[in-house]
Design a protein around this ligand. Sequence first.
Ligand SMILES: [Zn+2]
Length: 410
Amino acid sequence: MPKINPDRLLADLRELRRYGACGNGVKRQSLTPVDLESRQWLLEKMRAAGLDASIDAVGNVIGRSPNPGPALLMGSHSDTQPEGGWLDGAMGVIYALEIARALNESADSSHLALDIASWMDEEATFTHFVGTRSFCGLLSEEDKASATNADGVSLADALKAAGYDQFEPARLDLERHIGYLEAHIEQGAVLEADSKRIGVVTAIVGIRSYVLRFEGEQNHAGTTSMPLRKDAGMALFKFASALDEAFREIAAANTVWTVGDARLYPGAEAVVPGVAEMKLQFRDPDDAVLDRFAARLEEFIESFNAAKPVQVSITYARDPIRPALMDESLQQHIVDAAERHAPGNWKRMPSGAGHDAQVYASFLPTAMMFIPSIRGVSHSFEEDTNEADIALGCQVFADAAESILRSRLG
Ligand SMILES: [Zn+2]
């Protein structure tokens, strides 16, 4: 059995944090100087672990096992939000490195093939899932030219400045890769609230995002009597409040919905707003639930427009993201390993956040594992996880990877 080395694992995580460290957290956005340095560090770590490591055309750092396949692919991301935690993504990358080493160091597993990676720009500094989409052949040259960061620099130019554009793009190899595995911190507080130490992910939620535009009539806030008003602002608040109640009645156990933005125009104290806009998003692991929410929203808009002086129209804020189901057989290997190392201390759960794994799920069997986040905090310098949980998760994931590979070798 592979035996992970918790001290080496934690030392590597702390060493990676030094690139962009900010207190307990990290600032390491994609293709910034510290991100490039950290990729070079990771490349050398992978080589030292005996992997054939390289950086590809979009900056993916990939360590390929010299063993013949079938191989498992395991990874996550090492880029961060503008103000990120030290474990978000980084933990899954260093787990993969440690598990590759542990498999090599154990005589009975050194023949198994684990290919590992840090995927570029999961946090969408330029655009979403750059590394995984490129690896799956879903990122075009136009995508690279049109995606820009907050400073207006295109992804294509940033890759060129980094010198990555001269490298070959690495690609998923379905002759070799039999599955994709990713470990991640939960970034929520479900495991902590349930006193569980391992989460076995069942699905990554689908997302529907909309812009709702309310059109009334802009007018003087002192002289326009209440019966004569067509107040787009009040209409928005009433609509949002009633919709919240209606959604409660049809929600499934894991459905979440958010009005993340609301604006009134022209936005002045003495003006009845003529236009108001809100951004509405809902998420669920089941597409049927998302359809139910979308239908309820449509009904709401119809009856609102029939009855009120203010009219509401709706457009997608971005293309819907479909839920990504995790492979049941791979999940079972994680469950078995969790039960061995933490009996009764694990649970199945959906992921409310997006992850690289959702891209892989449409190409090959895919699974994810979570470990607890203290108080559920993430995308923050305060993000943290108990060291004992970090070590336990890595051993569980190592066992799961080994048993998956053994089962495929027959
Ligand atoms: Zn992440």
